[in-house]
Design a protein around this ligand. Sequence first.
Ligand SMILES: *Cc1c(COP(=O)(O)O)cnc(C)c1O
Length: 431
Amino acid sequence: MADTLTPADIDLSLYPEGTELDSDHRLMIGGCPVAQLADEYGTPAYLIDEGALRRTARDYIRAFTSRHPRSLVLFASKSFPSASVIGVLAQEGCGTDVASAGELGLALAGGADAGRAVFHGNAKTDEDISAAVQARVRYIVIDNLDDMERIARLAESPVPVLLRVSPSLDAKTHTAMMTGHDSSKFGIPADQVEDVIAQIRRQPMVDLRGLHAHVGSQLLDLSQFEAAVTALAEFERFGVYDFGGGLGVRYVSADEAPSVEDYAGALVAAVHRKLGTDVELLVEPGRSMVARNGITAYRVVTVKRGVRSHAAVDGGMGDNLEVSLYGQPFQPSVIDRSGPAETVDIVGRHCESGDRIAEQVQVVAPAVGDLVTVPVTGAYCYTMSNNYNTALRPPVVFCDQGSARLAVRRETFGDLLRREQLIDATVQAGG
Ligand SMILES: *Cc1c(COP(=O)(O)O)cnc(C)c1O
């Protein structure tokens, strides 16, 4: 273990591609010093390297279309449901995967094209189906027979659909991230698929074009994607196949994850082998599109030294639920200065013992006011940000080539109070 840590010890390979230190050894995101961003926008804040995000999208699209021209890469918007993020990815050529009327509305507001959007959900309401039909999304993905009945009732012309199959695979990931196993709430169990296909074909307003499978998230073993292809090849041939998202990413230095190139190579090869070379191939990456392109910046509020040392920051499970939901390890750093190394728990400010960002990590011995960055928070952190302890949800700042712009402003107390009807406020006021 190192005695002293310097800014050069920070593992920049976890940060957006191209992240550097400036001549004063300060950490920069998209060419902007984090310290400057923290002063200007406050903490906690989600910082996105816009250039790196755009490059990831272009690389993703090229990885698929170079191997299979009839590919469409759809950004799974739930992994970063901001109109600006969805819009930037749409500008680079991504379609969008949405799973509610709300996500569809956000995508359209961001400039996404409904003709390149796929509509998911395991409990779509009439409102969801109507919104999808009206917007003319590319496909609605039927998850259950009630979806089929709703489309039949609400549509006035045939609606292109895919059928989501639960391919009976136990994906190797956290159980909360498995979605394609026998007891999954998502999709039609493999043994019922043929019967459901027959029922769909009796509905003139439902135009079945293909099959969908999404087996889980944070998958690090490419053979699981090949197994999904094999599972769908068990059924009759269709013109469209959608293999969902799920590619895993590195969260800490010790992690290894397949590259997008390796993933595209393995998936396309399996599709060509089992399903043919002329199908329309869809993928729906979420985590692997955005995770590494975003970081969170915090400030240390207090440090407590004892049996264990705790550095508490000004955020926590209000802006990052990945730790308490999945036990996801993160690798925070105290940035922009050198100092003696100390092993600490970085914890949040919420009233839960489980409100931790990382346990027993080696950082520069923290002091009040220090800046702490947590890399790889670009996926699912903004998504699940919440108001526990009346926390105000953090802003999203886009950084690119040394300039920053606000994509989502910080929530205000007024935003929260606006929903309150204050029904007994008159009593308190003496009225
Ligand atoms: C969540 C989800 C995705 C994205 O998954 P990642 O693991 O973030 O890539 C794609 N498709 C569907 C249907 C999903 O539910």
